[in-house]
Design a protein around this ligand. Sequence first.
Ligand code: ADP
Length: 238
Amino acid sequence: MENQLIINGKRSDGRGPTDLRPLKIDVGIIKNAAGSSYIEHGKNKIIVAIYGPKDSHRYGMNLEKATLRCRYHMSPFSTEERKNPQPSRREIEISKVIRDALEPSLILENFPKTMIDIFVEVLQSDGGSRSASITAASVALADAGIPMKDLVEAVAVGKVNGTLVVDLNDIEDKEGEADMPVAFMLNENKITLLQMDGKMTVEEFKAGLMMAMEAAKKIKEIQKEALLKKYSHDENKK
Ligand code: ADP
C-alpha cells in the first residue's frame, strides 16, 4: 500500500500544500570569498562561496565573457547514511544544472577572459537541495558584485498521494508520485531550470508551475531581505 504522506490535508511535517518549509538566508559568511551565503531551507543546510572573476589564461578560454563553473558537493555527513566522498554522477549533474540555472541571470560579458567559481557545500541535506543551492548561489553572486538582470530562486513542486504540493521534503521527494524543480527569473518572466521526476498530467503541470511561481515570489522577498540586511549593516559600520 502507498505510504500516507497527507492526512486530513496536512503533510508529514504539518504543512498545507502551498506552504514553504522554514527558510533563512545569511549573506557574507566566508571572508576569503568574493561573495558568500548560508541557507537553511527545511533541513537543508548549505554554504555557497563565490571566487572571481579572476583572470584566466587557459587554452580555450572564452574571449567574449566570463566562464562560469560550479561544484555542488554533499559532505559525507550530510545524509543519514555516510555518503561516499567521491564526486557522484548525481553531484556532477547537479553542478551543471545549478550553473545553467544561474548563467542566464548574469552579465558575463563584463568580464571577458575570466573565470567565476561557484562552490556549493551541502552540510545537511533534505529534499530539494538543488533548488536551495540555486536560491543561495544567486544571493552569493549578488554579494560578490557580479552584475545581474535578476535574482534566481528555485523551488520544487510535486505530487504526493494525488495532491499537488510545493517545496517537497525528503520523504515527499523520495516517495511522492512526481517531483519538479523549477528556477525563475521573476522580473524577466523566465524559467531557467525545469526538471521532472515522475508523472503529472498536463493540467497538474500547469497548476504546479503556478504554485511554484507563487512560492518563488516569497523566496525572492527573503533573498532581498538577506542582501539588504548585510548591506545596511555594512553601511552602518562606516
Ligand atoms: P534534491 O536534493 O535536489 O531533491 P535528489 O532528488 O537527487 O536531489 O535527492 C533527494 C534527496 O536524497 C537529497 O536531498 C538527499 O537528502 C538524498 N540523497 C541524495 N543523494 C544521497 C546519497 N548519496 N546518500 C544518501 N542520501 C542521498
